[in-house]
Design a protein around this ligand. Structure first.
Ligand SMILES: [Zn+2]
Length: 338
């Protein structure tokens, strides 16, 4: 049998999945193996290959059945999978600087490997859940976590960009000054910009900007006495339970995302907008409230575009591996391997 593999290399774990030519997943849920990226490319790649054997056995196949593997990792990396020469949070070992991780894995496996960054892989998974792998639809995914990631899929293809920065949605500037109830806010992003999407819509934004701002409006709030980083992590739970200040913080994030989605609707006229990430790993009720707030934050749309669907992305933990496998399936089909 011919299958493709999806391999998601995260900070602490490698996650595997397999997909056949009929678009059936051969592993349900998570198949995890410890990641050893801190120890450099040699040990890390050996670990990935060893884990693939274990995952294949669990899926009831042989690694020989894998015709092509899809790999995704956190960036920054080129669109061909060459990691940044400046290193990054997940690839601190000096041997990673400028390392071609796609080619390195391909040599070890003796198979072709395709590469996506983790944001684009997650976006491709979200897209697949709505449209499958064959239909040439267009979707934009925003994934709200510590930062803001995501991706742009145009006619079924991931927009990787010239240098691998396609889909870096977090650093797109938005007209945040138009959000009435956060008037006077100055949202700084880690990238140095003021007022990009991540500076208003991420866990980092809560700790750095939104929580300090709203605590001045809710004196005596229970989060005021906590360290900001710890307090920021508690905002989602409190918002879900209806705490007014925490709801305001999530409303501000939703309206920021609404402004961004308005820009993207006018740029791409997409088939769907998709929201995912830790921020909305919540009850369905809260997710619906959040989506309604995103819509409320969007400037009024043309009549033809007012019904643009906004979906919630399922299965956060497996999104990277599954997106990587879907990209691999596309290449395997193009190359007649499956
Ligand atoms: Zn930024």
């Amino acid at each position: 049998m011919a299958v493709v593999a999806g391999i998601d290399l995260g900070g602490t774990a490698i996650n595997y999945t397999f997909l056949d030519g009929e678009e059936r997943w051969l592993i349900d849920g998570l198949c995890e193996h410890p990641a050893r990226s801190k120890e450099g490319p040699d040990i890390c790649l050996r670990q990935i290959v060893g884990g693939l054997d274990i995952a294949a056995a669990r899926a009831g196949i042989s690694v020989k059945d894998v015709v092509l593997a899809g790999l995704d990792t956190p960036g920054p990396a080129s669109n061909a999978g060459v990691l940044s020469v400046r290193g990054s949070t997940n690839f601190v070992h000096p041997d990673w600087a400028g390392f071609d991780i796609r080619d390195g894995l391909s040599r070890r496996l003796g198979k072709p490997v395709t590469y996506l960054n983790d944001g684009n892989a997650g976006a491709l998974w979200g897209h697949f859940t709505l449209f499958g792998a064959g239909r040439p639809a267009t979707s934009i995914s925003a994934i709200i976590g510590t930062g803001l990631g995501g991706g742009v899929i145009v006619d079924g293809n991931v927009v990787k960009g010239r240098k691998g920065f396609g889909g870096e949605l977090g650093h797109v500037l938005i007209p945040y000054q138009s959000i009435e109830f956060t008037r006077g806010i100055v949202p700084h992003c880690n990238c140095g910009r003021i007022g990009d999407l991540e500076s208003m819509c991420s866990l980092t934004a809560i700790g750095r900007t939104l929580l300090p701002y709203f605590l001045t409006k809710y004196p005596g709030h229970e989060l005021a006495s906590l360290d900001t980083v710890q307090a920021a992590k508690r905002v989602r739970g409190l918002a879900e339970r209806g705490d007014p200040m925490s709801r305001d913080i999530f409303r501000a994030q939703a309206h920021a995302l609404g402004l961004f989605f308005d820009e993207i609707v006018n740029a791409f006229d997409p088939d769907a907008l998709i929201v995912g990430g830790g921020a909305i790993e919540t009850s369905a009720d809260f997710q619906h409230w959040f989506v309604d707030e995103i819509r409320a934050g969007m400037p009024s749309q043309r009549q033809e575009q007012a019904d643009i669907p906004i979906h919630i992305m399922p299965n956060g933990d497996t999104a990277g591996a599954r997106g990587a496998a879907i990209e691999a399936l596309k290449l395997a089909r193009d190359g007649g391997l499956i």
